[in-house]
Design a protein around this ligand. Structure first.
Ligand code: ADP
Ligand code: MG
Length: 224
């Protein structure tokens, strides 16, 4: 079975009593290490799809299989562990903790799992911040960094636990053209060197076209 599979995935939200269908049967086969852009106009369901792939929300119908696991059969604790160990998330807003330094923010996912020693985690956090070009900003707090730099810290944090899947929802939505392009290059480079499968939701077609594979959502379906 491919690394990530969705089988006729559907999602409706209910508005009062009226169900609003958003995803209407999404079937995907994604191999390990693929770099994919999910595109489509605002409101088409890109974020909804990423939430389902990342086990942040449950489908109305259909199934997600991630790395051989059937998400609908997992307990909330198992899902929480899966999210923290195997999935890295990057959102449009960095969601860094303002009171903590760049290094401390990057360390946070490792502290939540306890799977590595503190020393090993500290070494990795520093290496990651160097890889994203912030070797000289290790002890800066988010408020002391530019928007592009804050988003790079979020990238380093997402990679901390060596996730097999990196889900990015409009990661460059708040950045200007230059910073956006360089963030996308960085995401591609790092997911290659870390061996992560990369999925970026974006409405920036120019950036999407630099990706290996583009999945276009249209009216709740895939128009690949
Ligand atoms: N929690 C929610 N409750 C009700 N409707 C929602 C909710 N989240 C998203 N929607 C609706 O689902 C549709 C798809 O949203 P979204 O996945 O955020 O699209 P995109 O990321 O492509 O802009 C939109 O019409 C939005 O209003
Ligand atoms: Mg969205």
């Amino acid at each position: 079975m491919p690394f990530l599979v969705t089988e006729r995935l559907e999602k409706s939200y209910s508005l009062g009593k009226v169900p609003v269908p958003v995803l209407k049967g999404i079937t995907l086969r994604i191999e390990k290490g693929e770099h994919i852009a999910v595109i489509g106009p605002s409101g088409v369901g890109k974020s909804t799809l990423l939430h389902l792939l990342g086990a942040l929300d449950q489908p109305t119908a259909g199934e997600v299989f991630l790395d051989g696991k059937t998400l609908s059969t997992m307990t909330p604790d198992e899902l929480a562990e899966l999210r923290n160990r195997d999935i890295g998330f990057i959102f449009q807003f960095h969601h860094l903790l303002p009171e903590f330094t760049a290094t401390e923010n990057v360390l946070m996912p490792a502290l939540l799992t306890n799977s590595t020693s503190r020393t090993a985690a500290a070494v990795r956090a520093k290496e990651l911040l160097e890889k994203v070009g912030l070797g000289a900003r290790l002890n800066h707090r988010p408020g002391e960094l530019s928007g592009g730099e804050q988003q790079r810290v979020a990238v380093a944090r997402a990679l901390m636990n060596r996730p097999r899947l990196l889900l990015c929802d409009e990661p460059s939505g708040n950045l200007d053209g230059e910073a956006a392009a360089s963030l996308h290059r960085l995401l591609i480079e790092l997911s290659q060197s870390e061996g992560s499968t990369l999925i970026i939701a974006t409405h920036n077609h120019e950036l999407a076209e630099t990706m290996e594979r583009v999945i276009e959502l249209r009216d709740g379906k895939v128009a690949e």
